[in-house]
Design a protein around this ligand. Structure first.
Ligand SMILES: [Zn+2]
Ligand SMILES: [Zn+2]
Length: 80
């Protein structure tokens, strides 16, 4: 089993806003936001809900970052 180091507090990810260069703030796992964000995630999530997680592809943990300055949102995939 692999564990996302960011979720477990083992590592911090430092992301700079591509638009204005400010350090972006982590807003948590994208899973918590997927109702109104990133339709392309729904396929993976539905797979998990069906009890058939995709075990072939490398697990990546999506983390949502938001720029405090311009409110740009970026999803960073953390390799687990
Ligand atoms: Zn994570
Ligand atoms: Zn920004």
């Amino acid at each position: 089993m692999s564990i996302c180091p960011v979720c477990n507090g083992l590592r911090e990810v430092y992301v700079l806003c591509p638009d204005c260069g400010q350090p972006m703030l982590e807003n948590g796992r994208e899973m918590d936001f997927y109702d109104d964000y990133s339709p392309y995630m729904e396929i993976d999530l539905m797979k998990m809900e069906d009890g058939h997680p995709d075990t072939n592809s490398g697990h990546k943990c999506p983390h949502l970052f938001r720029c405090p300055s311009c409110f740009k949102e970026e999803t960073i995939f953390i390799k687990e």
